[in-house]
Each structure stands twice: as C-alpha cells, then as structure tokens.
Ligand binder design. Structure first.
Ligand code: NAP
Length: 683
C-alpha cells in the first residue's frame, strides 16, 4: 500500500523546516544534526528481516526503511513488534537518531530522568530543542507510553511546527487535545495518519504502535528519497536490478541517484547460497542457466509499475546470459510503451545476447541497447553513459534541470544574475577579507586571470587600495574592460555611516576605478537609513551602480525597506551548510533581491570541519570534485551567490570550477539536512 504523499519540493522544504527554529527566531533550533546524519540515504527495497513483519503487511516497507536508515531497529534480532508500544523516551531516541545523534552538552533536567541512562542524550536533546517537553509536575514521563496525539505533536514540533489550515479529515477530531490540533491537521494534510485512521477514526488518546510510528516517519522522510520525477517527461524512472554478490548493486545505486529514480531490487524468494552460485558444479545457478524455461520466483513486486515510463535493468552475466530471475521480472509486467535500458556487470563477457534475449521477453517495450560494465565501475563512468543515452523526454528533463538550477534567476551559462538595478552580476567571486598587501594584489589578479569577475572588498578590510591596484593591473595585463569586472565594497557603521558622503567618496578614491559596481551597508546602524540615502545620491551621480545591504535579516528588512527609495539589489549574509538561513533566503529572494553568502566555507577556523564533513566529502567524491566545490555548488543551486576568500591560487582556481557538475536533489537535501543554525560570527 505504498503511496507517494509528498512532492519532492515539499519534502525538501520539510527537511529544511527540520532545521528552523520552532516558534520564533529567539528559540533554540529544532534540530542540530551532526555531519554523519544521512537520513535520506535510503534503500527502501530491501525488506526488514523480522519474523513478525510479513512482506505484504501495510507497514512492511516503512519498517524496512526505518531499519535500513538506522531510525528504528527491532526489539530483538528477529522481531520488530509492530503492535508494540513506545515510551516517550523511546520516541525521543528515535528522533534523536534521525537528527544524527548530535553532541549534547548537559544532561536532561527532569526529576524522572537519570544521568548516563540510554535515553539521557536523546531526552536532553529533545527537551533542549522543544521537540518533546516535560509534563505532569515537570517530569518527562520517560517510561510513559506515547499516545497517538503526543507522537503526532512531537513529530510536528520536530518538523518546526509547520502550519496547515485544512481541517483534519477524521471523525473524532474534536477528541484531539487543543495542543495537538494543529499537529493533527498538518499530519493529516501530509498523509501521515493513514496507518492509524481506519474508518476515519484517529482515537488520539490510544497508545501509538511501533508499526504506526514507522509508517509515519517513513512517509515523513520518504518524499525526498524517492518521489522525484525521472528523466522521462511526465513519468517516473525505475532502476531495477538483480545482484546476488553485490557487484551490480553499486552501479544500480549510482544510476538511481544520477537519475533521481526509484530503486527496486529483484530479490529471489529463495536466496542464492554460495553453493548455489558455484559455477560448473551442477548447482542451482548452473541448472537454471542451462534451462531457458527456468523462472525463479521473486519475493516482492514493483508497486505502481504502471506509473513508470523508463526502466533501467541491471544484472550480472551468468554463463553468458542474464540470470533467469531477470526473465521472471520481465514477464511479470506489461512493458508496452515503456523504455527499457539494460546494463550488466561482468569481468569479461559483453552484454551480447543477454540483451537481445531479454528484449524478446518485453515485446511492447522500446528497448535501448545496453552496456556492460566491469565490477567496481565508478559513478562518473555510469553518469557519462546515462548522459549519452538518447532517452525519450530527456530534453524536457534537462530543461527542468536547468530551471531547477537556475533558481533566483541564476544563469549557469553566463555565470551571472540580472540584478533589479539592471546590471548583471557574476554569481561567483573572490572574497578579500583578511587579504592584504601583495597577497591581496596577487589573489585578485590570480582570480581575474582565472575568469573570476567579481571581487568583494570593504572599507573595513583595509585593502581597497590593493584591490583597485590589482583590478587596474589585471585590466592592463589581461586586456579586460572595466565593465567586465564587478567590484563590491561596503561602508561601516559608526563614523562612516554618520558621515556617509565622506566615507563613500573615500571608498571610491581608494579603489580608484572610476565607479564602484555595488556598495553595501556593512551592518545595520543607527545611521543606516541616512547612509543608504547618501548612497542613493551617488547612484544618481553614476559613481555607484547598484546598492545592497549586508547582515540584514527579515525583521531588519521589514523596518528598513519602507524608508529608502532604491530597493537593494543584494543582501550579503553568512550562509554555509551549518548556518543555512533557510527562513531568510526565500524571503529576500521573493523581494527580487539577490542573496550572496559570506563565509561560504564556514570562515577561517571552521573550514576544516566543513570541508571534512562526511556528507559533504562523500557527495564531493561522487562528483570527482573537492568539498569546497560541492559546498559552493550547493549554494549556487539554492540561488545563493558565493564569494569564497582565498590567497591560494590553486584554491582560487578550484573555486571557479563549479559549472561542470550538478548536485542531485537528494544531494541538495542531504546538505540541507546538515543545518545546525550555527553562526560562525557574531553579526
Ligand atoms: P570562507 O570563504 O568561508 O573561507 C576562507 C578560508 O577557506 C580561507 O582560510 C581559505 O584558505 C580557505 N579556502 C578557500 N578556498 C578553499 C578551497 N578550495 N579549498 C580549501 N580551502 C579553501 O571565509 P571568508 O573568506 O572569511 O569569507 C568569504 C568572503 O565573504 C570574505 O573574504 C569577505 O569578502 C566576505 N565576508 C563578508 C562579511 C560581511 O559581514 N559582509 C563577513 C565575512 C566575510 P586559503 O587562503 O588557503 O585558500
């Protein structure tokens, strides 16, 4: 009974919500994920091996998902106890694991919690982040069983208390406690209640069962893992594979990831033992391969094959042919009108007649000639092959990708964005904070010679003279025109904003470039409106082209914008995977203002942690790029312009190479899930 409840965008935004503050900006973040958390790296196709979870049970897939992703385990090696209940401490532990089990600094402060107990960190985390609060005389209720409405409210708070205006479609909505009403509306609107609302009755005070929790968590998290549209326009792509010895499996996983496709493993009803697989022993594999009519049974089927347009089919080569179970698979469905692309793994044999023989079993399908891969083939080889295929609807899919990556009007071909001021601004540049003297001149010239066309400086950095000198020298040496280079500078609070005309003119004089492309107010200040109005006059005079703000957030913008004439073209704020500003960015972008991130790599003192983050470096490895490049690309795909700082020519060049790869939506979601609301500077 698998149902796709969420659009991918919805699931991603929910994941973003996991990281938002629960009620107001002043509250603690809901979630504080460690770098190891990868709640979306799911393979939902392998069923949990619990004796009390029948393969066709309505919760089987959800339990398999939770088990595979380390969210919930069995109550013993053999049992899951789907009908069993869950204490409040157990539920806190489940959500804590989903958050990546972040470090907790203090023990829980409830009279009924023990320091050092198995639940201590989870309860402290849940209480500290307002996911689960104490109740009844200040206790936590460690051993109290969790009711359905409590569990729903807890997950809702974990999700950042999202709004849902729709009334819940349950007959006993009136029985839901007032504090859980909004949560139940939200859960119902998102299909999370389907495992527990037989006859539309929620029975909110009933204790929730483990199978019900698994179902709810699965459908809460699953959207990002598997509901994206595949490359075929209007339909989905499925990667189906058979892998008895794990040789084909990684390639299938690469393909599913590259294609954002669903993954389905062809699992034999009777697993193959080592003896079965031993060649030329007269064993099971030998016998099946010698018998063209052999059709080993498959343990579970693809749900909604009708909704798939394109099927990639992976298998090993056994005695020159696909294992007979692949024939079983092809004969189990009607592939008429679908496109099938086979691929196989083999050390020596080609795909050869396995391809043509399988084709005959899927008569109505549009069959694209497949390819053999050696075991251990890497992801990029797989990606190149997939990109080379002439799949139906691929052009439309590529258009969709372009739209997705072109968020906030970013043009990845020209590497620029059109500002509301009418000027074009490059979307990647060089930050020059802390670069001085010759280091600064060399860094700026190195950047310009590597194609960087945006330089960010500030009066406070004390290096505008060096930046101006480097730009002039580079124009001369590289034959660049002034219009080809975009220079941003900033004036500072205090005396500069108190005497803005003088401060602005001083920037122009130090830079000595004729005009400045953009000037920002570095921070809010009591004279910021006055300073901005002075900048507006310089725009009139033509010596500043565009205006912007730095370190302005929602509240500050709400107050500031009505007081000025020229809408800022840019807001430059701290943004990196550990501090994502997912609530602020869309607000600014919706105003038609471009967002630019400072400290994109976390800022000095923090880069090692970010660049070494397992999730980021894993994603980077998958694309054959550096962690820095993966982070910068993540920013660009979110519609955030980047200005990494560097005095190292190799890094400067590396930081420009951001346009030959693309993060998948799953990878974007995995980096989004790293948000810790962890600011690396005070402003
Ligand atoms: P950052 O870009 O997050 O990190 C800079 C650090 O990363 C440097 O130590 C640099 O070392 C290293 N790095 C750069 N590229 C790398 C790569 N490819 N691989 C490994 N390490 C790499 O921090 P930031 O420079 O402080 O911030 C970026 C820019 O934002 C600043 O330069 C400034 O222009 C702007 N900013 C604005 C504000 C504001 O309030 N508006 C505040 C802070 C910063 P190497 O030199 O060795 O490459």
């Amino acid at each position: 009974m698998k149902k796709r409840f969420f659009s991918f965008a919805m699931a991603v935004s929910m994941l973003c919500l996991l990281t938002l503050t629960s009620c107001s900006a002043a509250e603690a973040p809901v979630s504080d994920r460690s770098s190891g958390a990868e709640p979306l790296a799911a393979d939902i196709t392998r069923a949990a091996s619990f004796s009390d979870v029948p393969a066709d049970a309505w919760y089987a897939e959800a339990i398999a998902y939770c088990q595979r992703n380390g969210i919930m385990s069995g109550t013993s090696a053999a049992a899951f106890e789907p009908e069993g209940s869950l204490t409040r401490a157990m539920l806190a532990a489940v959500l804590y694991r989903m958050s990546g089990s972040p470090a907790v600094s203090a023990p829980p402060a409830f009279p009924d919690t023990a320091t050092g107990a198995w639940y201590s960190d989870a309860v402290a985390w849940a209480a500290g982040n307002r996911v689960v609060s104490g109740y009844g005389g200040g206790t936590f209720g460690v051993n109290d069983l969790t009711t359905r409405e409590q569990a729903i409210a807890i997950l809702w708070r974990y999700a950042g208390t999202p709004e849902s205006g729709t009334a819940a479609d349950v007959s006993d909505a009136a029985a839901v406690s007032a504090w859980a009403q909004a949560a139940v509306r939200w859960a119902d609107a998102n299909g999370l209640l389907e495992g527990m609302t037989e006859n539309r009755q929620l029975a909110p005070k009933t204790n929730i069962k483990r199978g019900e929790i698994a179902f709810m968590l699965y459908h809460y998290l699953d959207g990002a893992a598997s509901s994206q549209p595949g490359p075929a326009a209007g339909g989905k792509t499925l990667v189906a594979y058979f892998s008895a010895t794990n040789t084909t499996r990684p390639l299938a996983e690469y393909a599913a990831d590259i294609l954002d496709a669903d993954l389905y493993e062809i699992v034999p009803e009777v697993p193959y033992t080592d003896a079965d697989l031993a060649y030329y022993t007269g064993g099971r594999a030998d016998r099946e391969q010698n018998d063209p009519a052999a059709r080993p049974a498959i343990s579970r089927s693809v749900e909604n094959m009708a909704g798939c347009d394109t099927v990639f089919l992976g298998y090993p080569i056994w005695h020159g042919q696909a294992p007979r179970i692949v024939s079983t698979f092809l004969e189990s469905y009607d592939f008429t009108g679908k496109t099938i692309i086979p691929f196989c793994t083999s050390h020596s044999s080609g795909i050869g007649s396995s391809d043509t023989n399988l084709h005959t079993l899927a008569g109505g399908a549009d069959w694209i000639a497949g390819r053999r891969f050696a075991g251990g083939t890497d992801r990029s080889t797989m990606e190149n092959w997939i990109n080379s295929l002439d799949l139906p609807g691929q052009a439309a899919a590529l258009d969709a990708v372009t739209t997705a990556t072109g968020k906030a009007g970013f043009n990845f071909e020209t590497k620029s964005v059109a500002l509301n001021s009418g000027y074009e601004m490059p979307i990647n540049g060089l930050g020059t904070y802390s670069l001085h003297g010759e280091t600064c001149v060399n860094a700026v010239k190195s950047a310009l010679s590597n194609g960087v066309r945006l330089i960010d400086t500030a009066s406070a950095y004390g290096n505008e003279r060096e930046v101006g000198q480097a730009v002039r020298e580079a124009m001369e040496e590289l034959g660049l025109q002034r219009e080809e280079i975009f220079v941003i500078t900033k004036i500072y609070p205090g005396s500069e904003m108190a005497n803005p005309e003088q401060a602005i003119q001083a920037c122009l004089d130090r830079l000595d470039l004729g005009y400045v492309d953009m000037m920002l107010l570095h921070h809010p200040d009591r004279n910021d409106v006055k300073a901005y109005q002075a900048m507006e006059e310089f725009v009139e005079a033509g010596t500043i082209r565009s205006l912007g703000l730095s370190n302005w957030y929602v509240k500050e913008l709400e107050e500031f914008l009505p007081q000025v004439n020229i809408t800022p073209a840019l807001v430059q704020n701290e943004i990196h995977p550990y501090y994502q500003e997912n609530d602020v960015i869309p607000y600014i972008q919706d105003l038609g203002i471009v967002v630019q991130g400072w400290y994109p790599l976390g800022g000095r003192g923090h880069t090692a942690e970010l660049l070494g983050d397992e999730t980021i470096s894993g994603i980077a490895r998958a694309h054959g790029v550096s962690s820095a490049q993966a982070i910068l690309r993540w920013n660009l795909q979110k519609g955030v312009a980047v200005i990494p700082g560097s005095g190292n020519p190799d890094h400067i060049r590396e930081n420009t190479e951001l346009y030959d790869f693309e993060l998948t939506e799953t990878e974007m979601a995995r980096i989004n899930a790293l948000d810790r609301n962890e600011k690396h500077d005070w402003y």
